[in-house]
Design a protein around this ligand. Structure first.
Ligand code: IDP
Ligand code: MG
Length: 149
């Protein structure tokens, strides 16, 4: 089953939106695999955002993600990566479709509430970066047959 890393970033935590994010992913039919509320270290932040190193917003991005706790989670489902990114909305909140999290709760790209893996390959890499294998819970949900074809 395809897995994706989801972070409720520090602004989402500070604004009390952890439940809103989880609720929307549950409602969509995705299945929770792992979750950890945590302070992000400088080292993890730099590893996670290595692809953005050198960009003008990089230093601010590292300060943002380490500025307060995050809720780190793994979610799975068919096409989980695409489904979760669709639920989050476009990176820039003013370009995010109405009804998406970033549209409904954010205004600025540097305070856009959530992270979600952008490809199945990066999903695997990010899950491995943020979680130990034994933290991933393999389970069957009573409703699976009514959500997964
Ligand atoms: P994504 O989170 O939708 O995958 P990316 O392009 O991977 O978007 O960028 C990672 C994060 O970096 C964004 O979610 C956002 O918080 C931040 N970011 C991206 N572009 C900018 C920018 O132009 N200014 C400030 N922050 C940015
Ligand atoms: Mg990204």
């Amino acid at each position: 089953m395809e897995k994706t890393l989801v972070l409720v970033k520090p602004d989402g935590v500070q604004r009390g939106l952890i439940g809103e994010v989880i609720s929307r992913l549950e409602r969509r039919g995705l299945r929770l695999v792992a979750a950890r509320f945590m302070q992000v270290s400088q080292e993890l932040a730099e590893q996670h955002y290595a692809v953005h190193k050198g960009k003008p917003f990089y230093d601010g991005l590292i300060r943002y993600i380490t500025s307060a706790p995050v809720m780190a989670m793994v979610w799975e489902g068919p096409n989980a990566v695409a489904a979760v990114r669709q639920t989050m909305g476009a990176t820039r909140p003013t370009e995010a479709a109405p009804g998406t999290l970033r549209h409904d709760f954010a205004l600025e790209v540097g305070r856009n509430l959530t992270h979600a893996s952008d490809s199945p390959e990066n999903g695997e890499k990010e899950v491995a970066l943020w979680f130990h294998p034994e933290e991933l819970v393999s389970w069957e949900r009573a409703t699976d047959a009514w959500i997964f074809e």
